[in-house]
Ligand binder design. Structure first.
Ligand code: ATP
Ligand code: MG
Length: 271
């Protein structure tokens, strides 16, 4: 009997977690840039198929912690990450994890839309092609159109797929970047202030899109806008000086936060 139990425990197959299991689990995460301790012992569970917002004053570590989730900090020379982060209970810092594969599973959208200097089609087709997701041209075409549809951009670009991605408006470029992330069928999408370069109409479109994407993806978004956090997220995490000071239901966070620092920040007393 005991034997049976220990066998099942050690050979648990990797599969999609149930709704009540976290998609992402961070334990005792520390990040250093040289001597600077930028993230201090952060512990957080992030729920699947939901939107979690990271808020906090400039320099508190939001982007640094976000980049831990797809190992983008690996690319920064003096940056060191300690602790444990797992996705579906698998340690993403395990030496056998290929960061390139990980970043297909955990896509990222940046503050400034950064399409490649290539056609709209090629911007979206690039990822699926390098990851071998299509066997023939028609399959690739389907992936591209489906990703553009999910990003709410298809109607605006379907007649100009061969035009340069850089020729789109800022808001369209950002949706193109979202399509590019979606095209490789990620499970998690990290967004670092994805609307800060967009006007209110383009912002509303991206927010609407986040709302739809939540059905299929786990989304983590960094934002300086309290209104945006309140509109798009179900959970909110507040960072301050490298510490995660509070993580709560978004409704509670913005009406009756537990931590004084959260209260001060949302009241505009600092940051
Ligand atoms: N590449 C780097 N080298 C050294 N220090 C860095 C680097 N990137 C960030 N830091 C430092 O780490 C801390 C956290 O920075 P981070 O960019 O994560 O903050 P943030 O919360 O995203 O801020 P913002 O809201 O301004 O984007 C800051 O003190 C910052 O100066
Ligand atoms: Mg940042």
């Amino acid at each position: 009997m005991m034997n049976n139990i220990s066998t099942t425990m050690t050979t648990t197959p990797t599969k999609a977690p149930a709704m009540n299991e976290p998609k992402i689990s961070a334990r005792n995460v520390q990040v250093y840039y040289g001597e600077k301790h930028a993230i201090k012992d952060v512990n957080i569970d992030i729920r699947p198929r939901s939107v979690t917002a990271f808020i906090g004053p400039s320099g508190c570590g939001k982007s640094t912690f976000l980049r831990c989730i797809n190992r983008m900090n690996d690319t920064i020379a003096n940056c060191r990450v300690e602790g444990n982060i797992s996705i579906d209970s698998e340690n993403i810092y395990d030496p056998k994890v290929d960061p390139v594969q990980l970043r297909a599973k955990v896509g990222m959208v940046f503050q400034k839309p950064n399409p490649f200097p290539k056609s709209i089609y090629e911007n979206v087709a690039y990822g699926p092609r390098i990851h071998g997701l299509a066997r023939k041209k028609s399959e690739l075409d389907d992936i591209v159109s489906s990703a553009l549809q999910k990003a709410g951009l298809w109607g605006e670009v379907k007649d100009r797929l061969d035009s340069p991605g850089t020729g789109l408006s800022g808001g369209q470029q950002q949706r193109l970047c979202i399509a590019r992330a979606v095209a490789v069928s990620p499970e998690v999408i990290l967004m670092d202030e994805p609307c800060s370069a967009l006007d209110p109409i383009a912002t509303a479109k991206v927010e609407e899109l986040i709302h739809e994407l939540r059905e299929n993806f786990t989304i983590v978004i960094v934002t300086h806008s309290m209104q945006q956090a309140a509109r798009v997220s179900q959970r909110t995490a507040m960072f301050h000086l490298g510490n995660l000071v509070e993580e709560n239901d978004t409704d509670k966070m913005f009406t009756n936060p537990d931590d004084q620092r959260t209260q001060d920040y949302i009241m505009g007393r600092f940051g």
